[in-house]
Design a protein around this ligand. Sequence first.
Ligand code: SF4
Ligand code: MSK
Length: 647
Amino acid sequence: MKINPMIDRVSDTASRELLAKAGLECIDTCFSRMDTQQNQCKFGKTGICCRICHMGPCRITKKSPLGVCGANADTIVARNYLREVVGGTSAHSDHGRHLVLRLKKVAQGQDHDYQIKDERALRKAARAYGIEETGRSRNDVALDLANLFLGEYMSQEEPLETLKLAPLKQQNTWQRQSVAPLGIDRMVVESMHRTTMGVDHDYMHLIYQAFRTALADGWGGSRIALIVADILFGTPEPVRSDANLGILREDTVNILVHGHEPELSEMMAVVVQDPEIKKAAAAVGAAGVTLAGICCTANEILMRHGIPIAGSFLQQELAIITGAVETMVIDVQCCMPSLPDVARSYHTEIVSTSDIAKTGGATHMAFDHDNAMASAKKLVIRAIDNFKNRDPDKVAIPGDKRAIIGGFSVDAIKYMLGGRFRGSFRPLNDAIISGRIKGVVGIVGCNNPKTQVDAYINQLTRTLIQQDVLVLKTGCAAIASGKQGMLLPEAALENAGPGLKEVCEAVGMPPVLHMGSCVDNARILEAATEIVLEGGLGDDLSQIPAVGVAPEWMSEKAIAIGTYFVASGIDVVLGQPFSIAGSDNVRNFLNHGAREHFGASFHECEDPEQAAGLIMQLLDEARKKLGIDQKAERKLFDMKDRRELNV
Ligand code: SF4
Ligand code: MSK
C-alpha cells in the first residue's frame, strides 16, 4: 500500500522531522525503497513460490497447480512457513547459546569482565531445573546450569527440560499432540532437512514440525536466553529513562548500540561511566558521551541500566540522518544493510561487531568476548575520536523525547503486586476474576514500512487499556508506546478504563508494562504461567483470558513467536497476513483448526479497531468458559483491603 505524502509513513514528530530532512538531503531510506519495491510478488506474498531445488523456481497457478516435482500448493506453503519458523527460532536460540557459553566461561573462572550479577536468579533457576544448589558455590551451580542448557541445544532423544517450566496440563497437550521438541539444534536441522527437495510433503506434518520447532524457541532458546541474561546482567526492575531521537545531544559524543545480543552493550554501559572516558570526551570538546539503543539492544540496556532508547527498527536510518551520531555499533538481527550507505553522507561510522555478521561498507571490529571491557573501550574511544568530524551544518536533532519506565520482569511484577515478601500474582488473578481487569494482552513485534509506523500499535494499545485490558509489551511495539508517553504510569492511567485504573492505582502498577526485547516474549509466557499456577483461571495457558498481537510485524522471528504462542494455547492476532494465503488447507488449520488441538489459533486483522473488537471477543469467550463473565461490583482497594489480600 502506498502512503503519501512520504512524511505520513511515520507518526512521531522526531521521525517526521528526520524523514523531511532525508528528502531535502536526497537520502534513500526504507520508506523510499518501499516505493521502488511496489507491486511485490503475489506468489511470494501468498507463499506459493518454491525455489527449494533447481528444477524450479516453481510458482503455483490455476493453470499449473503442481511444481515440476509434483509438489502442490499445500506442500509448498507449509514448507515455506516451516522455514520461516526455523529462521526465527535459530535467531533467538543462537542469541541464547552465546549467553550460555558466556555463563560457562564465567563459572569456570575464565572471564574477568563479566560476573554473576544476580545470584538469587541463578539459584532460583538451578532449583527449577532440579540442580542441587544448597551449600554449593555459585560457580559450581552456574557450571551445572550452563552444561544443562548446552544439553538443551544438543539433546538428540529427550524433550527439552525447559518445557517443565510450563503448567503440567500444557506439557500434556504437547505430549498428546507430539510437538514436545527435542534439542533446539536438532529441531532446526531436522526442519531444514524435512523441507529440502523430496522429503516431507504432508502439509499437516510440516505444520506440526513448525509448532514443535517454535516451541523449541519460546520454551527453549528464548527462555534460556532471558534466564541467563538475568543471571549475568541482573533481573530487570522498573527503571526510568527517555525514548525517541530527542535523547541525542549536540554537545556530547553520541554512540548508538543496535541489534540484539546484550553482551557488548552491557559492557558499553559500564565503560561510558569510566572517568577516563569522560576525560577523553572533554579533551575533544564534548560534554560527555551519550549512549543510547536502537531496536532490542535498546530494550535490553534500558531494562538493566536505564540507558535511553533512541528509536525502534524503522528509526535506525533516521538516527544517522540527525548528523549527530559518531558511531553506530551493530551486531545481529534487524540491522539494515543500508546503514553504511546512509552514513556515507554524514560522519557516522557503522561498526559491525559480531563474528557471524558483516555488512558491506561497515568497519568490522569483532567484539572480543574474552576481553570485553577493553573491546568496548576501544569502540568508545573510536567514537570520541570521530567527534571532530561532525559537521554542525548537517546536525538536526529533533526535540521529541518522552519519559518512560521499563524493566518489568515477572519478578518485578510480582513485587509490585505483593511486595518483596508477599510477591505473588494473586492480586492480578483476583482482579481478572472480578472483572476489573478483563484480561491480559501481549502487544509485540516490529514496525513495517507497509503501514504507518506505530499507528496500529498505539491505537490498539489505547483502545485495549480503555477497555480494562492489561497490556504487556516487548520489542519495537514497546518502543512505540514509549515514544507516545504511554510507558509513563500517569499518562497511561489517564487513558485506562475504570477497573484497570483502580487496580493499577491500588498496587502501583502501570497499565502498559515494558517487558523487554524479542527474546523476552518468553517472559510473557512466564507471566501467563504464573497466572495459571496462582489458581482460579484454569489449569493451562489456553484457558486464561490472554491474547498475543503482532500489529506491525516484519521478521521471521515474529512468525516463530506467533507460532509458539498458538502452540502454547494463546490466540495470536496478526496486523497483516503472513504468506500462507496460497493454500486454503494451511490457512484453515492455522487460522481455525489449530484451536481444536491447541486451544488457540492465528487471526489476521489489518484494522486496529476491528482487532480490538476481536480481542475483546476472545477474552470474553475465555471469561465465559471460566464462568467469570458476570460483572462484579466495583470496589476500591484501600490499605486494609491490600493487607487482607489472601497471598
Ligand atoms: Fe519446483 Fe518441486 Fe523443486 Fe520446489 S522442490 S522448486 S516445487 S521442483
Ligand atoms: S528488534 S525483530 S524489529 S521487534 Fe527485536 Fe524490533 Fe522486530 Fe527487530
